[in-house]
Design a protein around this ligand. Structure first.
Ligand SMILES: [Zn+2]
Length: 271
C-alpha cells in the first residue's frame, strides 16, 4: 500500500527502503516501532500534539471496543461492500476502529490522522494495514490512485479527496444526524440544537454527486462507565456548565439515541 504514497515536502513518490520511506529527492521518513509512518510536517502542526488529546482517544477506544457503535460500522461496511473497492483511504481514522472494519471488505486500506497517539494505538493493534500520521488537508497520496475516501466525523477536504480518487471513485461521509445523543445534549445544555448533517453537501456539489443518503438510528443503553467515556470523547461537552456535566455523570444508567447520516457520493466525471 506504500506505493501510493508521495512525499509531503516535494510530492514525488515514496519508495520503501528497509524501514524508511524515501522520495526521489531523498527526503526520508522512518517507520515508528509501532509500524506507522509520520508524514506530518512541522508547518502542518497547529500545536505540539495536534488532534484529539490522550483522554479523548482512550475514552473513544474503550467506548467503541465495547461495541456501542457497531451498528454504524456494520452499515458503513455494507455500503462499502457494494463498491467492490480495492484501495481505501480513511481520513481522521483515530484509533482505527472503523478503519479496521473497512479492511474486512476492502483489501488495501490506509488510515491517517493528525493525532499521533491515536495512530500509535491503531498501528500497534492492527498490523495488516498502513497507518500514517498525516494531514487530510494535504494528503500524501498519489493523484487518482484510490477507489474510496472515507471521513467519519472528520474534516472533508473536498479538492484533496477529488484529487486522490480515481475517476469512478467514491467518498463515504458519516455525520451525526439531527437527534444524535439528544438526551445527553438535553442534560448538558437544556436545549438541543439539531445537528445538520447535510449542510456541507453544497460544498461537495462541484466535485461530487450524491449517490445514497441513509439515516441510521438506534437506542443506546449506557452504563455509568460508558456514559463517562461518551462524554470524554465528545468534543462539544466542554462547553457545558461543569455542574450539569457532573450531575449527568452521577447517573448509573442512561438511555439515549444514536443517529447518524451516512452519505455516499461519486466523483464527477470531468468532460
Ligand atoms: Zn521529498
Amino acid at each position: 500500500m506504500t506505493n501510493l504514497l508521495i512525499c509531503p515536502l516535494c510530492r514525488t513518490p515514496l519508495q520503501r527502503h528497509e524501514k524508511s520511506l524515501v522520495c526521489q529527492q531523498q527526503h526520508r521518513f522512518d517507520t515508528a516501532k509501532e509500524g506507522y509512518v509520520n508524514l506530518l510536517l512541522v508547518q502542518q502542526k497547529k500545536s505540539k500534539a495536534p488532534g484529539d488529546n490522550n483522554e479523548m482517544v482512550k475514552a473513544r477506544r474503550e467506548f467503541l471496543q465495547a461495541g456501542y457503535y457497531q451498528p454504524l460500522a456494520d452499515a458503513a461496511c455494507a455500503i462499502l461492500q457494494t463498491l467492490d473497492a480495492n484501495h481505501l483511504v480513511d481520513i481522521g481514522c483515530g484509533e482505527g476502529y472503523y478503519t479496521e472494519r473497512f479492511s474486512q471488505v476492502c483489501p488495501n486500506v490506509i488510515g491517517l490522522d493528525i493525532a499521533k497517539t491515536a495512530v500509535q494505538i491503531a498501528a500497534k493493534k492492527y498490523k495488516h494495514m498502513t497507518w500514517l500520521v498525516a494531514s487530510g488537508a494535504l494528503l500524501p497520496i498519489e493523484n487518482q490512485s484510490v477507489d474510496v475516501v472515507s471521513s467519519l466525523f472528520s474534516p472533508i477536504p473536498v479538492s484533496e479527496m477529488a484529487r486522490v480518487l480515481k475517476n469512478n471513485g467514491h467518498i463515504l461521509i458519516v455525520r451525526p444526524a439531527d437527534t444524535h445523543l439528544y438526551h445527553v445534549r438535553e442534560a448538558l445544555f437544556g436545549e438541543v440544537k439539531a445537528h445538520q448533517p447535510d449542510k456541507f453537501l453544497e460544498e461537495l456539489e462541484p466535485a461530487f454527486d450524491l449517490v445514497k443518503q441513509q439515516e441510521l438510528r438506534f437506542e443506546l443503553e449506557l452504563s455509568q462507565t460508558a456514559l463517562k467515556q461518551l462524554l470524554a470523547m465528545t468534543p462539544y461537552v466542554w462547553k457545558a456548565k461543569p455542574e450539569r456535566r457532573l450531575a449527568l455523570e452521577q447517573q448509573s444508567h442512561f438511555k439515549t439515541e444514536a443517529a447518524f447520516s451516512l452519505m455516499l457520493l461519486s466523483k464527477k466525471t470531468i468532460v
